[in-house]
Write a protein that binds this ligand. Structure first.
Ligand code: ATP
Ligand code: MG
Length: 487
């Protein structure tokens, strides 16, 4: 019987169809798809020699590198399931994820091996490169229903959860992105976000599925990014706002060539001054919204709506449906509620967490835990996390909105807002701030009152040296709540 969810191994197929096209530029190296396949075959045989088998869970604790790319493809060639670990995790967090995912092996960069020794069987890059090869069978067809990768959420709202991403999730994510951005023969995607995040990994899969080049950077450097756009003909780049900010500053009076067609900006809301600076330099910014559970972007705002729909994350990709739900009912335009998503790129569930899975996936819809609304034209506006919502005297307050106002003060470097218990109002907003110089509470209140409705103005401020952030640099408001309770 024909199984409609099977397709050829992606890299094998690509190496067969367009063997001589460049797959990866890494430093001075240019590697074609056929060469990449050859290198991956060798790596697969080395991994087989250490005992990696089909359906094994294998951890990867690596920074962006050609070696990491080889390991990713080789593990898929063997039919193993890759569990990605963020290299910025603390030792404790890392060990927790290793045990939670029950990986059989962890492949790591040499310098990271010390963190996980004794917790899992490990092999470092140097050891792996010198392994003898052993004959093994290669997976020639991928089943879209099978799990290819597991990636942990950032752990912003609670403990990180291992998201199971199937081949189908990655496939539809790549197709959805292409139907939105188009595909050009000369496309080259600049990859300086981590490969252990879905933002980075999805670029690698797109490269193989589309047959385009990836310009791979080990880590982010604004100058090197700009050089890749100006001199190496990168046509698309994936960034978060702090990266883009630095790239613009570094660019100075110069411009990108007109071949550069898409700056894909994700991870969080984009500040207006940054969008204005990009417009002044004619940089085509596509804002996006997505998460680990949706295998990358699911909503995108095209540059022509950058200002007319300011603050919006855009419209869904072609295969994706979105609705806003409040008390089990679908909201009307402009009504706020939880953002729920349906589409073939949405996860089948969390690894070893049937309770979280059944809470998040209901009747075929994925409940994101984010609050937002759709406008009359169907554009999505993301407001904040449901768990961080502050309800004060029956009014909803979104910490992100208050934080954005505080951050617009020239002497406030960072801000985090949470709800504090209050006898009269139930909750009132309370702000933690990092300042470059002392600001009086009176001045802070006056500054906020000019820009926010009175009930949104924090009823207390605490100056701190720094705010708690996770390995993805996201603000941990739950840690601020603990701090407040300690007081
Ligand atoms: P956890 O699920 O463990 O709490 P996390 O949600 O931060 O962690 P990720 O999957 O890395 O883990 O991040 C996805 C989240 O990032 C989204 O659910 C959303 O809250 C936020 N986000 C992504 N893009 C945007 C955007 N354009 N605007 C606002 N928020 C965004
Ligand atoms: Mg999340």
């Amino acid at each position: 019987m024909i199984n409609p969810t099977m397709m050829p191994n992606w890299l094998k197929q690509r190496a067969f169809l367009t063997p001589d096209r460049i797959a990866i530029t890494y430093g001075n190296e240019q590697i074609t798809f056929s060469k990449l396949d050859e290198m991956v075959m060798r790596r697969a045989r080395q991994l087989a020699a250490i005992g990696v088998r089909q359906n094994d869970y294998v951890g990867l604790l690596m920074r962006n590198s050609l070696e990491m790319v080889l390991n990713i493809h080789a593990l898929l060639y063997l039919g193993a399931i890759i569990v990605f670990f963020n290299t910025r995790l603390t030792e404790k967090e890392l060990i927790w994820q290793i045990h939670d995912s029950k990986v059989k092996w962890t492949i790591c960069d040499d310098e990271l091996q010390g963190f996980i020794k004794g917790q899992t069987k490990t092999i470092n890059t140097t050891e792996l490169c010198s392994m003898k090869e052993s004959e093994t069978e290669i997976v020639t067809t991928f089943s879209l229903q099978h799990v290819a990768t597991v990636m942990y959420t950032s752990g912003t709202t609670g403990k990180p959860k291992g998201v199971q991403q199937t081949y189908g999730n990655h496939w539809w994510s790549a197709v959805g992105s292409m139907l939105n951005l188009g595909l050009r023969e000369n496309d080259s995607w600049l990859l300086a976000v981590p490969l252990f995040h879905i933002s980075g990994l999805s670029i690698l899969f797109r490269s193989v599925i589309y047959g385009i080049r990836v310009i791979l950077h080990r880590s982010f450097n604004a100058n090197r990014m700009n050089e890749a756009i100006k001199k190496q003909n990168a046509t698309i780049a994936s960034v978060v706002s702090t990266m883009l900010q630095q790239m613009i500053e570094e660019l100075g009076e110069e411009r990108y060539p007109c071949t550069f067609r898409c700056m894909l900006l994700g991870g969080g809301p984009a500040p207006k001054p940054l969008l204005e600076a990009c417009q002044a330099k004619e940089i085509p910014v596509f804002q996006t919204y997505g998460m680990t559970e949706t295998a990358s972007q699911v909503v995108t705002l095209a540059p022509e709506y950058c200002f007319s729909k300011l603050g919006s994350a855009g419209k869904p990709l072609f295969p994706v449906e979105i609705k806003i739900v409040q008390n089990e009912k679908t909201c009307r335009p402009y009504e706020e509620g939880e953002i729920v998503i349906k589409g073939p790129n949405v996860t089948i569930g969390y690894l070893n967490r049937s309770d979280s899975t059944s809470k998040s996936i209901r009747n075929g819809w994925f409940y994101t835990g984010d609050i937002g609304y759709l406008d009359g034209d169907g554009f999505l506006y993301v407001l904040d996390r449901r768990s961080d919502l502050i309800v004060s005297g029956g009014e909803n307050i979104y910490p992100a909105e208050v934080e954005a106002v505080l951050l617009s003060h020239p002497n406030i470097l960072d801000a985090g807002v949470i709800g504090k218990k209050d006898e009269k109002w139930g909750q009132v907003p309370f702000a933690f701030i990092v300042c470059s110089q002392n600001i009086s509470e009176r001045e802070l209140v006056a500054f906020c009152e000019e820009r926010l409705a009175k009930y949104k103005v924090p009823k207390g401020f605490k100056m701190v040296k720094e705010l708690p952030r996770n390995a993805s640099k996201k603000l941990l408001r739950r840690k601020l709540k603990e701090k407040l309770d300690e007081k």
